[in-house]
Design a protein around this ligand. Structure first.
Ligand SMILES: Cc1ncc(COP(=O)(O)O)c(C=O)c1O
Length: 148
């Protein structure tokens, strides 16, 4: 399967458009670890937004999403994920806080898994070698095979 990866230029253009039109941006970034094509790279909307300067970083409302369901995690059943929101209108924030407060959270294992997703094992940590062997190597091998 061949998909598309948004270039940094494209993301900047979307952010400029959202700023000009006062739009709320929702960046579904759950496939951020599935970028393999030569010359392609994942650029997070939040990072690009903040690198574009205060004119944008203090103004554009953005929600970014990530999930434990995708890429090497592939753990759909845990129902772990997050939404990070910046520059939210204060009145909307009150409503959002109310909404998330009355919802049930994912089970503890799902929350723990998400913590590992956002903080993967580092080279000086005990589980790093297993992480590379069990997840990263098979992922890389299957990617190389998919290109043949
Ligand atoms: C682009 C995209 N975003 C979000 C989701 C939802 O992921 P989750 O399993 O965390 O609900 C999916 C699921 O297939 C998806 O393809």
């Amino acid at each position: 399967m061949h998909c598309q990866v948004q270039s940094r230029q494209c993301i900047e253009d979307v952010i400029r458009f959202a700023a000009a039109e006062k739009l709320f941006l929702m960046a579904d970034e759950v496939y951020q670890d599935n970028v393999y094509a030569d010359g392609c790279k994942f650029h997070s909307f939040k990072r690009v937004l903040f690198e574009m300067g205060l004119e944008y970083s203090e103004k554009v409302e953005l929600a970014s999403f990530h999930s434990t369901s995708k890429c090497y995690m592939g753990e759909c059943g845990f129902r772990g994920g997050y939404m990070e929101v910046v520059n939210l209108d204060p009145e909307v924030k009150v409503q959002l806080t109310k909404l998330v407060s009355v919802r049930l959270c994912p089970p503890v294992p799902g929350q723990a898994l998400l913590d590992v997703v956002v903080n993967p094992p580092q080279p000086d940590e005990p589980s790093y070698d297993t992480f590379i062997k069990v997840y990263i190597v098979p992922l890389t091998v299957s990617f190389v095979h998919s290109k043949k």
